[in-house]
Design a protein around this ligand. Structure first.
Ligand SMILES: [Zn+2]
Length: 439
């Protein structure tokens, strides 16, 4: 099939891309504790049906321990490409949604709803690419749609370890990413690893009256805040010894673009040091994700006896994630104020990834789909499955792309959306990639 035929097939498929995505977004498939299982099962069933419609000769649910099933479709052939996406989504409990997050609405060419971008757009793109080939791709294809990506439990890794042949492929296309700007084709070249620490400080056997005891009795929340404040210097650069930071070798991310995408308020400085790309893609980042202490509304006049924080560490490529987490742990332990009792639990970091342009075929296909050269960017985020697959299949090449543009998609936040043109463009890139690989 020539390039023009594929291009026209994807264009003609636009109504179907939209309806597939609307049906997927309407299901609140949230794989977090406390959410019902039925929408996850319904989403898996829907994905199975859509893959059959797209011509898959074999489709099945793959059981994953303690998770909703993944879905695997197979077209035999060689070489083999694995097309990955996930059907589970983040909860939509944040304030600020215009309308119901699970009633998809099209506004200005963007379909709004939880999961429209992350990552149901990936499923829609894979389906459209296969339909462009009339269900008969010119190479072997496996489509893997996971049902438990967002909760971080990484249960699919166990399936990969137990049966490595199941997902074996020559090229792994992870469609769970996006262009750095809408309509500007981008290949993601690196991913940071991600680990967490829970830090608990205790200073007193009980809560105390802050008038009677305050001034001499050590407050655990105050101690914790002082300790957390040592993680960064006055400019907000990470201030931990022994971290292996690098420099980003690729294209720069202009500060003005970053400020706009991040919606940084007027007059507020960016934190860290080096270029924006360095800070996002080549250096460590440390965030405080949450605190356990009395809330403001219910706060009483007490000296607080114990307090807890969750700290996240993003580990750049070429740094050793075990060493990084150990450095942060040691840093905190050495800075406990006033002899407070400390307990630190470390949740190990996933392995950071550097791809360094390993699929030229993907770059050609993406450039052809958009008609412009491809930008190579890092990603500050983490996709732990990539590390698992890379370890299991060291000879496979990896591609990270998708329709989740950094400008507007607002993944994980309120009013998530995806551009339907962008989904179609990524679908075309995938269709053209299959053609490239068939040689
Ligand atoms: Zn995702």
């Amino acid at each position: 099939m020539d390039e023009q035929t594929l291009r026209e097939a994807v264009r003609a498929d636009a109504p179907r891309i939209r309806s597939d995505l609307e049906r997927l977004v309407a299901l609140p498939s949230i794989a977090f504790p406390g959410f019902p299982r039925e929408p996850l099962n319904a989403a898996a069933e829907l994905v199975i049906g859509l893959l059959r419609d797209a011509g898959a000769p074999s489709v099945r649910a793959v059981e994953v321990p303690d998770e909703a099933p993944s879905v695997l479709a197979e077209w035999p052939g060689s070489p083999t490409v694995l097309l990955y996406a996930h059907y589970d989504v983040q909860p939509a409990s944040h304030d600020g949604w215009i309308g119901d997050p699970f009633e998809p609405v099209l506004r200005d060419g963007r379909l709004h709803g939880r999961g429209a971008a992350d990552d149901k757009s990936g499923i829609a793109a894979h389906l459209a690419a296969l339909r462009a080939w009339a269900g008969k791709p010119p190479v072997g294809v496996k489509v893997l749609i996971e049902g438990g990506e967002e909760n971080g439990r990484q249960r699919l890794a166990r399936v990969v370890e137990a049966d490595p042949d199941l997902m074996r492929a020559d090229l792994m296309v992870i469609c769970d990413d996006g262009n750095w700007k809408l309509g500007e084709p981008t290949l993601t070249e690196s991913l940071r690893g991600h680990g967490k620490l829970t830090v608990e400080l205790s200073t007193l056997g009980t809560a105390l009256h802050s008038g009677q005891f305050g001034g001499a009795a050590p407050d655990a929340l105050l101690a914790l805040v002082r300790m957390l404040a040592t993680l960064h210097d006055d400019d907000g650069a990470v201030a931990i010894e022994g971290l292996q930071d690098g420099d980003w070798p690729g294209a720069e991310l202009p500060e003005a673009d970053f400020r706009r995408q991040a919606q940084v308020l007027d007059g507020v400085a960016l934190i860290g040091e080096g270029s924006v790309a360095d800070r996002l893609w080549a250096k460590h980042a440390i965030s405080v994700l949450g605190l356990d202490a009395p809330g403001v509304e219910e706060a009483g006049n007490i000296v607080i006896p114990s307090a807890r924080a969750k700290v996240a560490v993003r580990v750049p490529p070429h740094a050793d994630p075990v060493r990084s987490m150990e450095a942060v742990r040691r840093h905190l332990e050495e800075r406990v104020p006033w002899g407070a009792h400390v307990r630190i639990e470390v949740q190990p970091a996933s392995t950071p990834i550097a791809l360094d342009g390993e699929s030229r075929a993907a770059e050609r296909a993406l450039a052809a789909a958009y008609g412009t050269p491809v930008a190579r960017m890092g990603s500050g985020g983490s996709v732990p499955l990539v590390a698992t697959l890379r370890e299991a299949y060291p000879d496979a090449a990896f591609v990270l792309w998708g329709a989740q543009d950094s400008d507007h998609a607002r993944i994980h936040a309120a009013n998530e959306s995806v551009s339907l043109d962008e989904v179609a463009a990524i679908a075309l890139a995938e269709a053209l990639l299959l053609r490239e690989l068939a040689g």
